[in-house]
Write a protein that binds this ligand. Structure first.
Ligand code: DX5
Ligand code: ZN
Length: 216
């Protein structure tokens, strides 16, 4: 089953609550929440206070993407605040990644790991037993509205094969530059969770954008 995860990075932060309720009403399967610290990526967004504040507004699960250095410092706080899926970056953890992933699950959230466009896909292999989802970045993390990196399709195929061969039940999410035009190709490459920021938030009708991402 394909899931659509609109990214609230592209929403107006001054009316975030309304944006969350709107995309939930318009058929979002997950709400993608981009946390940036200005260190791991050259941009800043918000932290657990935002997650805590939007949590009561919707039953749609919060898919929290941590683009912060040493995410292991804040795992408890993000899960306590309401993260349902918590994604850490392979490149950001300074301690033992497996322990961080195990901790996420122990605290009751789904665990996920992400790699940037220039990290070799093979690094993911050892984490497959410990993750509920893999997130492949198809742009350099930091900003919405960037152009999809074409090589991501090939990388997605490799990851999807790796997941299939492992026998584990792992969701596969792609993030960055997804449009109604390229979504079919990433689905064909094995992706089942689609993040979309500008495609949803710039659309005249968000409901139509979400359903075309689902059906294209
Ligand atoms: C980028 C973020 C993405 C971003 C995607 O670093 O991780 O989630 O919101 O935005 P679009 O879909 O516009 O590329
Ligand atoms: Zn993201």
């Amino acid at each position: 089953m394909v899931k659509i995860a609109p990214s609230i990075l592209s929403a107006n932060f001054a009316t975030m609550g309304e944006a969350v309720k709107e995309i939930a009403r318009d058929g979002a399967d997950l709400i993608h929440v981009d946390v940036m610290d200005g260190v791991f990526v050259p941009n800043l967004t918000f932290g657990f206070k935002m997650i805590k504040d939007i949590k009561p507004l919707t039953n749609v699960p919060l898919d929290v993407h941590l683009m912060i250095t040493e995410p292991e410092r804040y795992i408890d706080e993000f899960i306590k605040s309401g993260a349902d899926i918590l994604t850490i970056h392979y490149e950001a953890v300074k301690t033992d990644i497996v322990s961080v992933l195990k901790k996420i699950r122990e605290l009751g959230a789904k665990s996920a790991i992400s790699i940037k466009p220039d990290t070799d896909v093979s690094v993911l292999k050892e984490f497959l037993p410990y993750v509920d989802m893999i997130l492949l970045m198809s742009v350099y993390p930091g900003f919405g509205g960037q152009k999809f990196i074409e090589e991501s399709v090939e990388r997605a195929k490799q990851i999807s094969l790796m997941i299939k061969e492992s026998g584990f039940d792992i969701d596969f999410e792609i993030d960055g530059g997804i449009t109604e035009e390229n979504v079919r190709r990433v689905k064909d490459a094995g992706v089942n969770v689609i993040v979309a920021g500008s495609t949803v938030f710039k659309a005249k009708d968000k409901k139509v954008a979400i359903s075309s991402l689902r059906n294209n």
